[in-house]
Write a protein that binds this ligand. Structure first.
Ligand code: ADP
Ligand code: LRH
Length: 468
């Protein structure tokens, strides 16, 4: 029987991948057909994404489909949230594609709170305060490059921009739009009043489309280059939204941990919680598939490990890293992993050491000490977050489902099980791409609903219980 293929292009902060998915004998099958690196680059004194290179990588992955003679019915792109580009009337990007870790938003919270209090902002959209949220990036643009906002005709998040390059169509998508902090949690649409009060040009924010909406066919010149046509479809274009779609469980007795460059830990809810208590805990209510909400916290995550590894003299394997961390397990100092010092330091080693000095703790000197210190601190933060979720919801959650690249980290999984006292399940690794595929499969009615899709995922992938 001829297979129907779907293609997920999932681009994270550290790597991007093209994953083909199909359904066979009642199971979802996936195959990675292309992978590429993603990284921050310094340009004109700012940390930026190279979107032209990323777009070329997207095309190379499409060409691979043709080489393999596996032409997808549809294509969906997801990426990290909060970052965006402004386009002028001719569709050209205005300025550099500055990334969320750049320092341009320093002090922008104070500027925004002159117009709207921090409390009211949260009560309107329920999005956790992160100084890199698009609302603060836009405030930075208003002050540093007002000409771009004056010229801008469209505001596109990164996946939307890549879709535009593929199809010529500009379509804004709901799940990623919620990460801007400009979408009202009750109306699930752009908060026009807030946008007006902030003095942002209303014209740049287009109609919000939900996952499963069509973007359009590949543009003729793209079809010529890649050798086929396919419909570009909107998944939950925010990667975390896609990842949580593919958590292999249908009950509500678990906490998920989407583990990659960031650790996103939380639960799914049908009603947002924009209360003052929730704000004080800095939980977010990101918009999800079918108007579900992801009630979660951002934890600095494996970014700290990625950055340490880049500075180490040897390119250790993951098994070697676990051995080194184990050797360092006597080391007592604990980091607040969410401290701003770890967001984009010049040297992560120095940032960790300086944090320990600043907080009167012993300074890690060896790779073993550094690794254990970070692992231990991350797992402690997971345990504290679990306690906060249980405190705020008044519910107990017996299980944690870890998904994403980081779910392969045996050392961290073991510590997480130990410190939280919960049953920890690891997998699927490619949850984000899977969630992206699920939205496409739901669109083509390969699944009746999300419950069926999640059941099928649970059946299709080897989800391992972590021994604590
Ligand atoms: P993102 O999408 O944010 O770029 P991923 O979900 O791809 O991130 O996860 C990347 C992280 O997963 C890496 O930084 C690394 O910490 C972890 N990881 C990847 N492969 C492995 C592995 N084989 N063993 C342990 N950890 C891994
Ligand atoms: C994870 C993620 C997260 C955002 C961050 C910018 O990749 O999308 O949900 O907060 O990147």
């Amino acid at each position: 029987m001829k297979r129907t293929y779907y293609l997920a292009v999932d681009i994270g902060a550290s790597s991007g991948r093209h994953i083909l998915g199909w359904i066979e004998n009642g199971k979802v099958r996936i195959e990675e057909i292309y992978r590429f690196e993603n990284r921050l680059e310094e340009k004109d004194g700012h940390l930026c994404w190279d979107l032209d290179r990323l777009f070329q990588e997207v095309l190379k992955g499409l060409e691979r489909c043709k080489e393999l003679d596996r032409i997808p019915l549809s294509i969906g792109i997801d990426t990290w949230g909060v970052d965006f580009v402004l386009l002028d009337g001719a569709g050209h990007v205005l300025g550099n594609s500055i990334a969320y870790r750049d320092g341009r938003t320093q002090g922008m919270d104070t500027e925004v709170y002159k117009v709207i209090s921090e409390e009211e902002l949260y009560h309107r959209n329920g999005i956790q305060k992160q100084l890199f949220n698009s609302v603060y990036q836009l405030a930075a643009l208003q002050r540093q490059n007002p000409e771009f906002l004056n010229q801008a005709q469209s505001f596109l998040m990164i996946p939307e921009y890549l879709n535009f390059r593929l199809t010529g169509e500009k379509k804004n998508e709901y799940t990623n739009a919620t990460t801007t902090q400009l979408v009202n949690a009750q109306t699930q649409d752009w908060d026009e009043e807030l946008i007006g009060r902030l003095g942002l040009p209303r014209r740049i924010f287009g109609k919000l489309h939900m996952p499963k909406a069509s973007v359009g066919d590949l543009a003729p010149e793209i079809q010529k280059r890649v050798g086929f046509n396919a419909e570009v479809v909107l998944p939950a274009t925010h990667d975390t939204g896609s990842a949580v779609l593919a958590v292999p469980a249908n009950d509500d007795h678990f906490i998920y941990l989407s583990s990659g460059t960031w650790s996103l830990m939380g639960i799914e809810r049908l009603i947002p919680d924009c209360t003052e208590e929730s704000r004080q805990h800095n939980f977010t209510n990101e918009g999800g598939y079918h108007y579900r909400y992801r009630y979660l916290k951002n934890i600095m995550g494996l970014w700290i490990m990625q950055s340490l590894r880049k500075e180490f003299k040897h390119a250790y394997s993951f098994d070697e890293l676990y051995t080194l961390a184990e050797i360092g397990s006597y080391f007592p100092s604990v980091l607040d992993v969410n401290d701003a010092a770890f967001l984009a330091p010049k040297s992560m080693i120095r940032a960790v050491q300086e944090y320990c000095e600043r907080t009167g703790q012993e300074k890690p000197e060896t790779e073993c000490e550094l690794l254990y210190c970070v692992y231990n601190s991350l797992a402690k933060c997971y345990a504290a977050t679990v306690a906060e979720i249980e405190g705020v919801t008044g519910k107990e959650y017996p299980r944690i489902h870890v998904v994403g690249g980081g779910c392969q980290d045996h050392f961290l999984n073991k510590l997480t099980a130990e410190y939280t006292g919960k049953e920890v399940y690891a997998g699927p690794v490619e949850a984000t791409a899977l969630g992206n595929l699920v939205a496409q499969m739901l669109k083509s009615q390969a699944f009746a609903d999300l419950v069926e899709a999640r059941e099928t995922i649970a059946r299709s992938f080897n989800v391992k219980k972590v021994e604590g």
